[in-house]
Each structure stands twice: as structure tokens, then as C-alpha cells.
Design a protein around this ligand. Structure first.
Ligand code: PGA
Length: 252
């Protein structure tokens, strides 16, 4: 049985005070969510304060990005995975489509970041997903396949225990347009088959594959009902503690 993961990506929202407030209000709302792992990803500057407030709770903290290297160095503005770990995080989101689109991240940099994150003892939430043009052209499977293969290139079977994949079709992110459960299930099953081919059945069966793109309290249950959907990466609807808790507590 794969334990579902519900992760909130706060993107570039909330100052430190608001981040602490949201995290603290979330705590009691998800305290009984034993069915899932709950993660929030605040901005870098709020990580330490939020992680301190959540210490001893069932909510884990993730960063939204990391550098490609763990060694200290002259890389102005970068944050090494080891520093993210030091700030109290257990997870890091890598290769989000906004990073790929606005900050020129490629499958190659994603792969380097994943390796650096694993090297620091973090769990990597690796994002993949096709854009609208690929979906319209019917090439979504090939696009996502390339991202998965290149992004996870060189990872061993034991590395894969520390990988979570998030399938986020770009056309569904922040648009209010969610993939249908059928579309999500098709892609998740495709990714799982792919991982079975590259890393074996056991790894594929254990791998959590999250769906992301306009997930809300209203649509989480139908997505979670899909066999290969193991959780969600939530943007907009994770900003309010109440709505995020509504997603975490989808089982009713
Ligand atoms: P959204 O964002 O839930 O606002 O669509 C999802 C994401 O970007 O991870």
C-alpha cells in the first residue's frame, strides 16, 4: 500500500509572519490525518521559522527549489540542498513547470538537483508535465516520458525510495482547468509502467505519483479514487489552511 502524500506549494506567497500563521492554523486541522503524509512548501526565507513551529507535528516542510550542488561555493543567490535540510526540511520540490518555464530549468538541471537533494538526505518531489500544445498534439506521453527518464537518469533502486513524482500538466496549473480523473489515471499508469521498465516492478509499485493542477477540496476525492494517483501537489488551494485541510482530509 502506498501512503498518499498531500503537498502544498505556496509558491512566492506569504511573508514570514503569514507563513507561520498558516502553518500553525493548519496543525490542528490535519492532526488526525493518519492516512496521508502532509507537506507544505513555504518560501525559502520562512522555512526555518515554519519548521520550528511544526516540530513534533505530522506536517513536514519542503523547499520549492534547490541548487545543483551541495558543496559550498561561489554561487551567488543559490541555496544548497544541505542548507535546506539545515533549515528543517525533509523534502524539496524539483523541476516545477514554473522553474522550467521562467528560469530555464532543463531535464539535465533537474537531474543534477535531484542527485544533490538525495545527497543531502532530502526526499525529492520531481515535477513533470506536458504543456497545452503537446496535449493538443497528442504527444503528452512522449513528453512526460522524456522528462521522467532524463530527470531520474542514473538513479539507483535505493535512490528511488526517496523520489516522489508529481505529474502536473502545465495547462491545468493555476488555470482552474483540472485534468479529468481519466486523463490523470492514464498518465500516472504510464509513468508507473515506465518506472517498472527502468527500475523494476517493486520500485514502480512503491513509487508515489502525485497529481497537480487546480486541485481543490471539491475534486480531490475523485482524483484520489484513481488507482495510480497517490496524492496531490496543490498550489492555489494550499494557501488557505482551511481549504488545504479540506484536501488533506478528502476521506471525509
Ligand atoms: P495550482 O498549482 O494548484 O494552483 O494549479 C499547482 C502547482 O503549481 O503545483
Amino acid at each position: 500500500m502506498r501512503k498518499p502524500v498531500i503537498a502544498g506549494n505556496w509558491k512566492m506567497y506569504k511573508l514570514i509572519g503569514e507563513s507561520i500563521e498558516s502553518a500553525v492554523s493548519l496543525k490542528p486541522l490535519v492532526a488526525n490525518a493518519f492516512h496521508a503524509e502532509v507537506i507544505i512548501a513555504p518560501v525559502y526565507t520562512a522555512l526555518r521559522s515554519v519548521a520550528d513551529r511544526l516540530d513534533g507535528s505530522n506536517i513536514k516542510v519542503a523547499a520549492q527549489n534547490c541548487s545543483v550542488q551541495n558543496e559550498f561555493g561561489a554561487l551567488t543567490g543559490e541555496i544548497a540542498p544541505v542548507m535546506i535540510k539545515d533549515a528543517g526540511c525533509s523534502h524539496v520540490i524539483i523541476g516545477h513547470s514554473e522553474r522550467r518555464q521562467f528560469f530555464a530549468e532543463t531535464d539535465e538541471t533537474v537531474n543534477r538537483k535531484v542527485k544533490a537533494a538525495l545527497g543531502a538526505g532530502l526526499i525529492a518531489i520531481v515535477c513533470v508535465g506536458e504543456d497545452l500544445a503537446s496535449r493538443d498534439a497528442g504527444t503528452q506521453n512522449v513528453v512526460v516520458e522524456e522528462q521522467v527518464i532524463a530527470g531520474l537518469n542514473g538513479l539507483t533502486v535505493s535512490d528511488m525510495e526517496r523520489i516522489i513524482i508529481a505529474y502536473e500538466p502545465v495547462w491545468a496549473i493555476g488555470t482552474g482547468r483540472t485534468a479529468t480523473p481519466v486523463q490523470a489515471q492514464e498518465m500516472h499508469a504510464h509513468i508507473r509502467h515506465l518506472i517498472a521498465a527502468t527500475h523494476g516492478n517493486q520500485v514502480a509499485e512503491a513509487l508515489r505519483i502525485l497529481y497537480g493542477g487546480s486541485v481543490k477540496p471539491e475534486n480531490i476525492a475523485e482524483l484520489m479514487a484513481c488507482e495510480d494517483v497517490d496524492g496531490a501537489l496543490v498550489g492555489g488551494a494550499s494557501l488557505s489552511a482551511e481549504s488545504f485541510a479540506g484536501i488533506v482530509n478528502y476521506t471525509g
